[in-house]
Design a binder for this molecule. Structure first.
Ligand code: SAM
Length: 295
């Protein structure tokens, strides 16, 4: 690309680990832009230094997106060429960018995607799960109750065919999320945990949710970044579907433990919480939610 760069907002994908994944076009845009708006200027500076790029950068993150974005739009309207990058992967995908894109469109400024690495799609294509139909959901809620409710809503949604659901997850939450997936979708749910994509220790853990949980539980420490994928089974609207065959409710499990082991409800909840690796209070809240739904 030797012609002068046209004015506009360039959304530039950057590597998610392996620096070799930057594209030739991305390097050219970053070199020729008037300014690079970065989620974290120090992080991007490492990339720029590595490739000998001296374009000035400015910070542009979730906390200053509107204020800095408004300034950037003014520059763009005057004919600037601005590149936007996030710390890794594609701007706008679980990262800042979409507000600025909409503001640029509204201002009549050209918006140009510069494709490249993305964690969700890299994980999907190597997962072995269905790629014909998938749903990217970003990060699940951090709070245990909200996360469980979100997963229950997803499991209840009708689906004509099996569909891959893709989540981003932090290493310190992956065990809890897998425990929630097992209790909501059942132990037979097909799961893939893609770890450290494009990096030295890249790995794919494939199996049922129960198997993947066991594998991770056997490790001293869970490190690295994760993309978590599940194969949500087909489910007809109005019918109980596959879900009801694989999933046993908390109240049914508590009742079974009570009768099999002659425990009261509190003791049964405590034991089940241990088995599922969840807190007793969270499980109790889940039991209450199930009972409320049945009323
Ligand atoms: N914009 C990025 C993209 O296009 O993929 C995603 C940014 S999001 C803030 C960061 C999350 O992406 C991480 O918490 C992790 O779930 C996932 N991720 C990023 N890089 C990864 C990698 N190398 N391996 C696995 N997951 C990764």
């Amino acid at each position: 690309m030797s012609e002068e760069l046209a004015p506009g907002l360039y959304l530039v994908a950057t590597p998610i680990g392996n620096l070799g994944d930057i594209t030739l076009r991305a390097l050219e845009i970053l070199k020729q832009a008037d300014r690079i708006a970065c989620e974290d200027t120090r992080q991007t500076q490492k990339l720029l230094n590595h490739f000998g790029i001296v374009t000035p950068s400015t910070s542009f993150h979730e906390h200053n997106e509107r204020q800095r974005g408004t300034e950037l739009i003014e520059e763009l309207k005057s004919g600037a060429r601005i590149a936007v990058v996030s710390d890794a992967g594609m701007p706008g995908i679980s990262d800042p960018g979409s507000w600025l894109v909409n503001a640029a469109i509204a201002a009549g400024v050209p918006v140009i995607p510069i494709p490249g690495a993305n964690a969700a799609l890299s994980a999907l294509i190597a997962s072995g799960l269905p790629t014909e139909q998938f749903h990217f959901l970003g990060f699940l809620p951090e709070k245990a109750g909200a996360r469980r409710t979100r997963l229950e809503d997803l499991s209840a949604q009708p689906r004509e065919t099996a569909e891959t659901l893709i989540f981003y997850e932090a290493p310190h939450r992956i065990a809890d999320t897998l425990a929630d997936l097992e209790s909501v979708f059942g132990p037979g749910l097909r799961v893939v945990a893609a770890r450290e994509l494009t990096k030295l220790h890249e790995e794919f853990l494939r199996g049922t949710v129960a198997e993947v949980r066991r594998d991770l539980a056997a490790r001293d420490r869970i490190r690295g970044e994760f993309v978590l994928l599940i194969e949500a089974p087909a489910k007809n609207p109005g019918s109980p579907g596959v879900d009801s065959q694989t999933r046993e409710t908390i109240s049914a499990r508590v009742a079974r433990l009570q009768s099999e082991s002659n425990l009261d409800e509190k003791e049964a909840l405590k034991r089940l919480a241990r088995e599922l690796g969840q807190s007793k209070s969270e499980l109790y809240r889940e039991l209450q939610r199930e009972r409320a739904r049945r009323k």
